[in-house]
Design a protein around this ligand. Sequence first.
Ligand code: ADP
Length: 450
Amino acid sequence: MAALSRPCAAWGIDSMDRFRLKWRIFSFLLGFCALLLFVLWIFQTLLLTPMYKAIRIGEIQKAISLVRENIDNSAVLSAILEELDTDKEIIVMLTQEFAPPSTPIERSTFWGGRRVETITQTEEFTLSDGRVISLTFYATISPVDATVSTLQIQLYFVTAIMVILAVFLAILISKKIAKPIEEINTGAKALASGDYNAHFSGHGFLEIKELSDTLNGAAEELSKTESLRRELMANISHDLRTPLALIYSYAEMMHDFPKEISSEQTQTIMDETKRLSSLVNDVLNVSQLEAGMMELNRSVYNLTESIGDTAERIAELVKKDGYNLLFEHEDDVYTEADEVKITQVVYNLLINAIHYSGEEKKIIIRQTETDGFVTIEVSDSGEGIAPEDLPHIWERYYKVDKTHKRAITGTGLGLSIVKKIMDLHGGECGAVSRRGEGSVFWFKLQKQGG
Ligand code: ADP
């Protein structure tokens, strides 16, 4: 019900979001334009005159220091004065009567019968012969009122053009973003309703393309998990039903004919119960590992001794079926790990080797050491694994042979548990196998002190 109601609710939000997205982009762009125009307006109207005057004052200061540097070199000085007049419109006059230095002031001056607005500053200069002269610097300033009104008219045009551009840009961008998002959303809805073949083909921006690639990956993973889940349900229900039926029929027989109870019957009940509990354990283990609930209880222990004990116990159990287990090792190796979990890894690998060892029934456990690490190999001389299956055997619920044999009642979880435990320990594991040539499963851990 929850999965059904979600896409329905999403419809309303989705169309509103598209509407909002367009207007949001538009309002952002418009706000940005308004800010830009405001700054332009401030600079071009209010600040134009003071900035212009400040620049002219700066030019007078520069002219004063230039003149001061060359005050005794009349040839250079006259060239500088001429250049100031023509290039900068700064006129320098010798003050008739000595005038005290002044700060720059704005004033009107008459030149050739024409009233000119200037920034004026008087400065004292001491010549090399000790005389002190006083020069006045006049920098003309043109009236800026006309310029300001021209700029204002221009600003109206710029505002209109920018608003039109903002509208176009908003429509364009929202189309480029909203359309692919809408397509992705349709695909995601299909995915949510269980259509794992949904394909996402996001285009336009890189992020949208990456999003659709991620969703394609997710759809693929979901479809894999879904088919594995179905397979597991089929396997588990088969694996549960068969031993339960056997247990029930033997128990019924024992109930009906209590005097004829044989040890084979009780043995069958015990075997099938064991099979059921190992299946339940596997399923519980994997779900605990997946929920990240399994915590490591690390301690330093003798790995060689621990593996030897496990191998001995299993060898004892399967001896009657003709299995031969060998443990080859040199020195005892210590490691810091969770002994129970590592024993489970060894157990899972050994049980697999026994299940798949074929006619020869020979299993070798080998311990080798390389710079700080210890590797444990479990090899069998069984049927081996085809190259196309080899990369997948560590996945949950993966079984090479999907048809059920009573003798081999795997859940497809054993190796995924091995991998999870090794990941938790920061160790490595792997398999080398060829069809018909047996398999070598290995895991590698850091040695204590190595
Ligand atoms: P299962 O419980 O089915 O054994 P596992 O996760 O332990 O699940 O193994 C996954 C698959 O890998 C098995 O179904 C089997 O086909 C293959 N496999 C594992 N160990 C061996 C082995 N020693 N030799 C051949 N095939 C193996």
